[in-house]
Design a protein around this ligand. Structure first.
Ligand SMILES: Nc1ncnc2c1ncn2[C@@H]1O[C@H](COP(=O)(O)OP(=O)(O)O)[C@@H](O)[C@H]1O
Ligand SMILES: [Mg+2]
Length: 380
């Protein structure tokens, strides 16, 4: 024990300060420098330990501990350098250096195989990018699911409406046929003639209603012929102006040589009238209705816009549903947009509504210039 003590600490040699001839300035220089380096070294393992305690998901923790031990050992060697200025503990200094050497060699060797693994870990910037991408995909998926739900709802509504309207129409034919026959056989002055005529008028109105329902269900019978939109608008212009009233200006901007579209003329006239009436209803204080036609590739883009109240998101989502209306009882049937939607869809076109509360609404119809293959048989 004494032997070891002598070898480690009391070597009998002069302390290191002796070599410096106990010059105070040299001693101070060494002591201060070693103390500062040693303290700085000691602070690093403490910081690493705090980090590892807080971040338990750190990768390769053991290397960080090894590194901390290495730095701690380096720091200790500097304090021993101070000690040996006065105490000839050269054995102890050598042992600490040997320990430091061992830990540093281990760290130096083990750190290299880790390098590729550490480089393979995603960086915070990469993780952020991935996260952004995931969020974007989730948003897109939600939007597509929303569209799908809407399409499925319209499909189900279409089938239901179409089925009812079809059966109802057949019954209506029987009713109107019988009323007509009774009317034909009723004597000129018979008092029941008025009742029969009223009944017949009502069946005609009911017939128009089922037509609209069939149009939404895409089961209406269409007469598809190449039509000039300008021609159609000119044909109904007086009617439109009368429907719009005095406080509303109608601007028509159809491109020159707008190519013809393959549509059912009656249905398109109906659609234009429905859209115009909606625009008018949205502008009780007056405003401007613009009718625009442009040639866009295989389709003609035909839009009717207004400067009216616009629609909020909930109204916009349900606007094309049959019987959906925000108008008071008696003034809206809720069949206008559904008729336009069904008709445009049936001829292979599509309808788009852009609306903003307080700003106005633009309803755009994309009408095919040529009848598609699935449309041809309806046309025939
Ligand atoms: N141009 C428009 N501006 C504002 N709201 C509109 C417009 N067109 C349609 N809407 C909204 O969509 C609903 C459904 O329209 P529609 O199917 O034509 O039925 P209706 O006109 O009988 O209410 C309307 O009640 C209204 O709330
Ligand atoms: Mg309407």
């Amino acid at each position: 024990m004494n032997e070891l003590r002598r070898w480690l600490i009391e070597t009998g040699m002069p302390p290191h300060g002796y070599c410096l001839l106990w010059q105070p300035d040299l001693l101070a220089l060494h002591v201060i420098s070693d103390a500062v380096i040693g303290l700085a070294y000691f602070s690093i393992p403490i910081a690493l330990a705090v980090y590892l305690r807080r971040r338990r998901d750190t990768h390769f923790t053991w290397v960080v501990w090894l590194f901390a031990a290495f730095i701690l050992a380096c720091g200790t060697t500097h304090f021993l350098s101070i000690l040996v200025l006065w105490v000839p503990a050269y054995g102890l200094e050598g042992v600490v250096k040997a320990l430091t050497a061992g830990i540093s060699i281990a760290t130096a060797i083990l750190i290299w195989p880790l390098l590729p693994k550490a480089l393979a870990l995603p960086s915070p910037a990469q993780l952020q990018r991935l996260n952004d991408q995931l969020l974007k995909e989730a948003e897109e998926r939600a939007a597509v699911e929303g569209q799908l739900r809407q399409a499925q709802k319209m499909e189900a509504l279409g089938q239901l409406t179409g089925g009812i309207a079809h059966d109802f129409n057949n019954l209506l034919m029987i009713v109107s046929g019988n009323v007509e026959r009774a009317l034909r056989h009723a004597p000129e002055q018979a008092p029941e003639r008025r009742n029969l005529e009223n009944a017949l008028t009502a069946t005609t109105r009911a017939g128009q209603l089922t037509e609209q329902l069939l149009a939404f269900a895409r089961k209406g019978s269409l007469l598809l012929i190449s039509q000039d939109i300008g021609d159609i608008i000119r044909g109904v212009h007086d009617l439109l102006a009368r429907a719009a009233g005095e406080r509303i200006a109608i601007e028509v901007a159809l491109a020159e040589d707008l190519p013809p579209v393959v549509v059912d003329r009656n249905q398109l006239e109906n659609a234009v009238l429905n859209l115009l009436i909606n625009a008018r209803d949205a502008m009780p204080g007056g405003g401007v209705i613009r009718i625009v036609g442009e040639d866009v590739g295989p389709e003609v883009k035909f839009s009717i816009s207004d400067t009216g109240t616009g629609m909020d998101a909930q109204t916009l989502e349900r606007a094309t549903e049959p019987f959906f209306t925000t108008k008071p009882v008696g003034s809206g049937s809720g069949l206008g947009l559904s008729q336009v939607y069904g008709f445009v869809d049936q001829i292979g076109g599509r309808m788009e509504i852009v609306s903003e509360p307080g700003t106005g609404t633009v309803v755009t119809l994309y009408l095919p210039k040529e009848a598609g293959p699935d449309v041809a048989h309806i046309a025939g």
